[in-house]
Write a protein of this length. Structure first.
Length: 167
């Protein structure tokens, strides 16, 4: 699998006015992963010729039904993760070893009522639940193979988030 390329994609670290981060629980069509670890921030592939910033707003709209946000920061570098062996050659249409992600911290400017997880229809929903959490808690609820990327993002964007001991 190490011969396969990484899929280029974006990730969105979406912050509410209180400084908490939006996460959604992925809809999984198989039982390959524990259900308590299916939480993640919005993310998705970059189309050919698409600018990463444009991809981030498109992915927000597609996955959570709204793109009412402003970019606060962009990750300094692309961050990569490898898929676990049990899904390599199957996940991501079997064409990629994992993902190479450019992350954007965004301030959410809408209301919670704007979220529509079924924006593309119930059969195409990425998430079945969502919530706001403290950024420091993200690595503990993320599937293990993405944890390193989430730890790096939390660290890089730490000056933008709320800290529960200060609120």
């Amino acid at each position: 699998m190490s011969d396969l390329p990484y899929r280029k994609c974006v990730g969105i670290f979406l912050l509410n006015p209180s400084g908490k981060v939006w996460i959604g629980r992925r809809v999984m069509k198989t039982n390959k992963f524990p259900s308590d670890k299916l939480w993640q921030m919005p993310q998705g592939g970059i189309d050919n010729g698409e600018d990463p910033e444009a991809a981030a707003f498109r992915e927000l709209k597609e996955e959570i039904g709204t793109d009412k946000a402003t970019i606060l920061a962009e990750s300094r570098q692309w961050l990569c993760y490898d898929l676990p062996e049990k899904v390599q050659g199957k996940a991501l249409k079997g064409r990629y070893r994992g993902q190479k992600q450019k992350w954007f911290a965004m301030r959410y400017e809408g209301s919670d009522d704007d979220f529509d997880l079924n924006y593309h229809g119930e059969d195409n929903a990425e998430f079945d639940k969502w919530r706001w959490i403290w950024a420091r808690d993200l690595p503990d609820i993320i599937i293990e193979f993405k944890r390193d990327v989430y730890e790096q993002i939390v660290e890089e964007f730490s000056d933008l988030v709320a800290h529960p001991d200060k609120t």
